[in-house]
Design a protein. Structure first.
Length: 207
């Protein structure tokens, strides 16, 4: 964790390109889990959009995610501490994962890698992202997963089994999309664009 206290916002004025922002996002507490994939750079744009819309964004990063985008990037965009370990202390009487999960109005995992899907489908909780998710009551707090991986990885029988398991367990999904991938191929597995995830977040919060 880089800082123990949220920073003051530079200004409360919204920018003109947010006139169509869903009102359901304003003042909501959104947890964004970022896993290790090249699509993590899109999560920075998503963080910015959510923060500009008035959401309180708490970013969780796996160790692998920090290899693609720095925690400082997300702290600067969200204005809040970023958590990269399940052992970090928060200002609460409860354990980190309990307090973070309990206070969330919505949890998003973007990118949600093949490995993260497998961990969630089998109930593992051995990094900060999966640990917090293990404490979320999905009957009250929606969890939105945005898969991102190579087309062959997405098509693997194990991935498709995990997809069906997670859907049955109450997880919501957006994407993946088809398009150009970092492996220089075109196919399914591309993470949905920040604008699409932002819109889906607004829809889930409005339900």
């Amino acid at each position: 964790m880089l800082s123990s206290k949220p920073r003051k916002r530079c200004s409360s004025r919204r920018t003109s390109n947010l006139v169509d922002t869903p009102t359901s996002i304003s003042d909501k507490r959104i947890v964004l889990g970022v896993c290790g994939g090249i699509s993590a750079y899109k999560s920075a744009a998503l963080t910015s959009k959510l923060a500009q819309a008035g959401a309180h964004v708490t970013v969780l990063m796996t160790e692998a995610a920090t290899r693609f985008v720095t925690p400082m990037t997300f702290q600067s965009l969200s204005g809040n501490p970023v958590y990269t370990s399940m052992w970090e202390h928060i200002e609460s009487d409860d354990p980190q994962h309990i307090a973070t999960a309990r206070d969330a109005d919505l949890v998003i995992v973007a990118p949600c890698t093949m490995d993260c899907m497998a961990r969630l489908a089998t109930g593992r909780a051995d990094d900060v992202v999966t640990l917090v998710l293990s404490a979320v009551d999905r009957t009250k707090t929606p969890v939105l997963l945005a898969p991102a991986m190579n087309a062959v990885m997405w098509a693997q029988p194990a991935t498709q089994r995990n997809l069906e398991t997670l859907r049955g367990d109450g997880f919501a999904f957006i994407g993946p999309d088809e398009g150009w991938q970092a492996c220089r191929a075109v196919g399914a597995g591309r993470m949905s664009e920040p604008e699409s995830i932002f819109a889906e977040a607004g829809r889930l919060l409005a339900e």
